[in-house]
Design a protein around this ligand. Structure first.
Ligand code: HEM
Length: 453
């Protein structure tokens, strides 16, 4: 393949002194990841008298996220960035409180239930296709926004039984406003500044958080006492503490709904954005995807039974997750003194898994910066270390929605691609901006022209 390399992040070439590091975190936390993480198995960097450890070697990643997961908890800086919005929901809770919520939510992610969501996923993708068909071809699409709308539609339909009175544009804006200020929360946590320290963007983030939480509390209140439905809200309303028998209160349920709504649509939308961008710039792979979809569907509209058979389309999505992991860093902090690859790591030390670097590590991948969906052919996957590909994390805290995200992504790609040819609207290559998740910057603008035309 002679395609140009897909856009890459600008990592820091040399260790940054504390002030420069904080500036990089505020501008774009990707720039605070040392470029040496692309080559080394493990890296210790001093920071304000305390180290920061980056772990890339797959066996050490397995130690942190799985085998010795009990020795680590979620990193304080990330918790400070997320907890004001997500409270003690599934993503941010720890220990028994986390276990109880994971057990409560698990049934909705069982394989048979997920397959049952496919008609709703295909229908939402169909609405996006109809929206694109109704607008002039020469008008560029904001692809991120289009994918957010589609995945939001799906999460609300499947998890909240389609509460369609939610204002999707305002929710999207609020999530962006909230995430926009998280770099400050992270930098202040690293400086050990007291909670509540004022910072730019805080007022806007607070308004966004109040709006989002208010909307979900309204939903929960409306559902208490109403007839049960087969969705996440009902599961959470029914979930009782095994010891005390106590039910979750509205606040705890709202924490989780907001967690699922945000974690469950923004990540998938970003990965879809990159998948479509990569296909638009790699015509050979795009032709293979179109060929596969035509062979599986016979040219008829996509049906739920087709989706699990679209193997190459799934590989494209996985390769997009490798190059552009929506969660580019999984952050932990050591709970006790631990040994990691010959390094003595003291309790309280931040331990980062830079997923972006693991996915492009020079000793784990051949031509790591090149787009090549064949890396995810079954034999190639079997030959690799299981912790060399971590878009959904690993171990007990692995993403509960991984299979959900993959099914919906394949359904969306297989609905949109046969109908439209996408092309970047300009020549600028998107930069990779981290705001907890990895976003294209500026927004990705693409032209969609109907294929039949
Ligand atoms: C491509 C899409 C997605 C990506 C890349 C992604 C990534 C991740 C990652 C890396 C984690 C682990 C974080 C850590 O260990 O600190 C996580 C956790 C989580 N994800 Fe996802 N996610 C995606 C889609 C979804 C979807 C569709 C849902 C819900 C429907 C979801 C809900 C959650 C929840 C609730 C957690 C916390 C799980 C726990 O701690 O028990 N995610 N996700």
């Amino acid at each position: 393949m002679n395609q140009p390399l897909a856009p890459m992040a600008r990592l820091s070439a040399a260790p940054l002194p504390p002030l420069a590091l904080l500036r990089a975190i505020l501008r774009n936390p990707m720039e605070a990841i040392p470029a040496a993480t692309l080559r080394e198995p493990i890296l210790l960097q001093p920071f304000l008298g305390r180290g920061r450890v980056f772990v890339m070697a797959p066996d050490l990643v397995g130690q942190v996220l799985n085998a010795e997961a009990e020795s680590f908890h979620k990193a304080e800086a990330m918790q400070r960035a997320l907890k004001p919005a997500l409270g003690e929901g599934l993503l941010t809770a720890e220990d028994e409180h986390w276990r109880r919520q994971r057990r409560a939510a698990a049934p909705i992610f069982r394989h048979d239930r997920l397959l049952g969501f496919l008609p709703a996923m295909i229908a939402a993708a169909g609405r996006t296709r109809a929206r694109w068909a109704a607008q002039p071809n020469e008008q560029p699409l904001d692809l991120g926004h289009e994918m957010m709308r589609t995945t939001f539609d799906i999460i609300v339909e499947t998890m909240l039984s389609g509460h369609n009175d939610i204002d999707v544009d305002r929710v999207e804006r609020s999530i962006t406003d909230y995430l926009g200020a998280t770099s400050w929360a992270i930098a202040l946590a690293m400086l050990r500044a007291p909670l509540g320290t004022p910072h730019p963007g805080r007022g806007r983030a607070d308004r966004a958080r109040h709006y989002l939480r208010g909307e979900l509390l309204r939903l929960v209140a409306a559902r208490r006492g109403a007839a049960e439905r087969d969705d996440l809200i009902s599961l959470l309303l029914r979930a009782a503490d095994p010891e005390s028998g106590e039910a979750m209160d509205d606040r705890a349920i709202a924490d989780n709904l907001l967690t699922f709504v945000t974690a469950g649509h923004e990540t998938t939308a970003l990965a879809l954005c990159w998948s479509l961008y990569l296909l638009a710039t790699h015509p050979e792979a795009e032709a293979r995807v179109l060929g596969e979809i035509a062979a599986v569907t016979g040219g008829a509209p996509l049906e739920p039974g087709h989706v699990p058979k679209l193997h190459y389309t799934r590989q494209v999505f996985q390769e997009a997750l490798r190059l552009y992991p929506p969660a580019p860093i999984v952050a932990r902090s050591a709970r006790r003194d631990v040994q990691l690859g010959g390094l003595a790591v003291r309790a309280g030390t931040p331990v980062y898994i830079p997923v972006y670097s693991v996915h492009r590590h020079r000793s784990l991948w051949e031509e790591p910066d090149r787009f090549d969906p064949d890396r995810f052919a079954p034999e190639a996957v079997k030959a690799r270390h299981r912790y060399s590909f971590l878009p959904f994390g690993a171990g007990p805290r692995i993403c509960i929605g991984a299979a959900f995200a993959t099914l919906e992504a394949v359904a969306i790609l297989a609905t949109l691609l046969p109908a439209f040819r996408l092309a970047p609207a300009g020549n600028e290559r998107p930069e990779l901006l981290m705001r907890i998740t990895l976003r294209p910057s500026p927004a990705m603008r693409m032209l969609a022209s109907p294929r039949a035309a």
